[in-house]
Design a protein around this ligand. Sequence first.
Ligand code: ADP
Ligand code: MG
Length: 338
Amino acid sequence: MIRILQSKARIGPALLVGLALLSCVRSPKEIRRVELLMGTEVDIIAQGKSEPALQAAADRAFAEIERLEQKLSRYREDSAISRINQQAGIAPVAVDAETFMLVQKSLEVCRESSGAFDITILPALLIWKIDAKNPQPPADAEVKEKLKLTGCEKMVLDREQKTVFLPEPGMGIDLGGIAKGYAADCAVKILKDNGVSAGIVKAGGDMRVFGGEGKGLAIGIQNPRASGKVLAKIYLKDGAVSTSGDYERFYIFNGVRYSHIINPKTGYPVSGEASVTVKAQSGIESDAWSTALFVLGHERGLEVLKTRPGLEAFFIEPSGESHSSQWFRENLIAVSGD
Ligand code: ADP
Ligand code: MG
């Protein structure tokens, strides 16, 4: 989880805000709002000329995120994603351009990450019952069985007809690793179109910042093994930051930690890293790649990043040891004693 630092006022349990980045705007008005959407806390901070206009802009931004949740959530039976899943092994499903773009982008990141980011992971994800009350890991044989139903190359996409087909019964897709970052991008666009001069949209571990001045906004990177403690910070004026980690949705069984990000090569929850924070230009990139790099781990991940300018990452291992790409090496500020 990412925390926004430097606050006089606390809004919501995980968000501390100080708008040093906005201080150059002349007599700006500022609003802060929090809503529960996409299964997480969505925070919007917006600054501009008039408070009623900011409230109206935030209303529209939240409505935008709700629109995306309705379309993209696999938990909603009538979403575009659920329609695709319901027709697995039966028929291609025609979807709107936005859903098609997200599936296509997910396939692209799947290829670019050698299959580490894979939205067809759903059958193998579900058997780990991460959100159940007293979950237990599945048997090895079940993992092997479900893994046969995964693989992004199995998806059949028709660009002309904008259809998505999952060719085998039991297949399913889940945009949980990319949708919140994309939603933050869309919400920022709405805020900008509605006269907001600077702001933040944070959806769980995915955050977009825009319009910053000076040094920018201080963003805290949480210690993955000490709830609520920040171990480092960065400053950002414009861009996206996402964190994927094993410390928010997980369970421990017989002393072993099982988290919600699955290695598509094995069908087992990833165990090499405790968290990965990614900086990128857009939320769609930072979100998808934080999940991908969490799976790849720091060694392979840092290799991949060498060929991807604009993407930067900071890895923290369960032992506490950390590894940074160049930008983080130069810009990360250690925070002690928080
Ligand atoms: P969060 O949703 O907690 O912000 P992430 O962005 O890293 O964290 O996404 C994790 C979610 O992505 C999981 O809850 C699951 O829905 C989905 N997922 C799990 N493993 C993978 C994977 N290997 N590739 C793509 N998506 C995955
Ligand atoms: Mg992600």
